[in-house]
Design a protein around this ligand. Structure first.
Ligand code: NDP
Ligand code: KPL
Length: 320
């Protein structure tokens, strides 16, 4: 089994680091960084994974860079785990991806938010596309170090687009194998036939946790210890529920408990949006609260609190 992890950020380093450290017989793990500089650093010093218990383990996955090898001919992996941000899924990356995939390659998008589930099957119509919805917490400490900040669950399922190769049962053994390998690497990975529902639940979790933590500069855990923020989170959940319903999506009944749970389990985590804001990078707000606001508009309903958060984060981005 040959797994290529694309993206040397928080999630990509965690995936590649733990998969490479799993000692799974016959599993080849490669990480594709954006820059040749990061690739060279990992090749030189290895990749450090700091566990939840604070233990450091250095592993040596194969490493390459998009910058240097973007259009080089390479052998085709069984899996491409896409640990890029939504904003990075641009034309150049999609073109590159189309050259990386073989007939047996499955592509798994780990992105938060909504957008990739349509974009990837359209760009790669003959490829099996999967979505991973993860509540793992990860933080890149440096170009060669990643910290596992919260144990979560990773659900993997087919992006069910009519006519997509992902519908084909021929991929089933590969799917089971991937879930098994993720387990061996220490992830709580689970297969699901209802990935759309998980994506929406996660979208709503992110639409609450991410902008609030980013705006206030707080860790995920701080959200649940402040009564005012808890009230605001409840308003956001109610609005998101109405938007989801307008699209025929029923959010989980216990989603409020799930939100509290994610904040508890990833209490020490800086959400990915807080990490972006702190680093002066563009956030994923367009694909998270922005998606809810867009869908609400299309359906003729309003989501004023999500709209306010959207504009606040866009305003912060514009300042940078
Ligand atoms: N962090 C977390 O705890 C969680 C994140 N997620 C989601 O996972 C996704 C990834 O998040 P996260 O890891 O935090 O994001 P990061 O910004 O930390 O990582 C994204 C990485 O992608 C790299 N990249 C960009 N373009 C390319 C390219 N063309 N080829 C190769 N690499 C490229 C970036 O490189 P460079 O740094 O050089 O720009 C960066 O290292 C997001 O959608 C996020 O919402 C989901 C659950 C938890
Ligand atoms: C689950 C959570 C909130 C973990 O931080 C996340 O998905 C993110 O940061 O984007």
């Amino acid at each position: 089994m040959y797994i290529r992890v694309v993206g040397g950020g928080s999630v990509g380093l965690l995936l590649a680091g733990k998969l490479a450290g799993a000692d799974s017989i016959g599993v080849r793990v490669e990480i594709v960084c954006r820059t040749a500089v990061q690739a060279a650093e990992i090749a030189r010093s290895g990749l450090s994974v700091i566990s939840l218990e604070g233990e450091r383990r250095i592993v040596k996955p194969e490493v390459s860079s998009f910058e240097e090898e973007a259009f080089a001919e390479k052998s085709k992996p069984d899996w491409i785990l896409l640990a890029l941000k939504q904003k990075d899924l641009d034309e150049r990356v999609l073109k590159w991806l189309s050259r990386q995939v073989g007939t047996h390659t499955g592509v798994v998008g780990f992105q938060n938010g909504i957008g990739h589930e349509e974009l990837l099957p359209s760009a790669l119509p003959s490829t099996a596309i999967y979505l991973a919805v993860t509540t793992e917490g990860a933080r890149r400490r440096s170009s060669v170090e990643v910290e596992h900040t919260g144990m979560g669950v990773t659900r993997i399922g087919r992006a069910l687009r009519r006519g997509s190769a992902a519908m084909s049962p021929v991929h089933r053994p590969y799917e089971e194998k991937l879930v098994q390998i993720m387990h061996q690497a220490g992830f709580d990975a689970r297969w699901t036939d209802h990935i759309e529902r998980y994506s929406w639940n996660k979208l709503v979790i992110n639409s609450i946790v991410n902008p609030l933590t980013a705006l206030l500069g707080i860790r995920n855990g701080a959200l649940i210890h402040n009564a005012e923020l808890v009230k605001l989170a409840q308003i956001l959940l109610a609005e998101a529920g109405t938007v989801a319903e307008s699209r025929g999506i029923q959010l989980d009944e216990d989603l409020w408990e799930q939100i509290m749970n994610v904040c508890e389990r990833t209490a020490a985590n800086h959400s990915s949006m807080l990490q972006d804001v702190s680093a002066g990078r563009r956030t994923e707000i367009d694909w998270i609260n922005g998606s809810l606001v867009r869908i609400a508009r299309e359906e003729g309903i309003d989501a004023p609190t999500h709209r306010a958060l959207y504009h606040l984060i866009k305003g912060m981005e514009a300042e940078e």
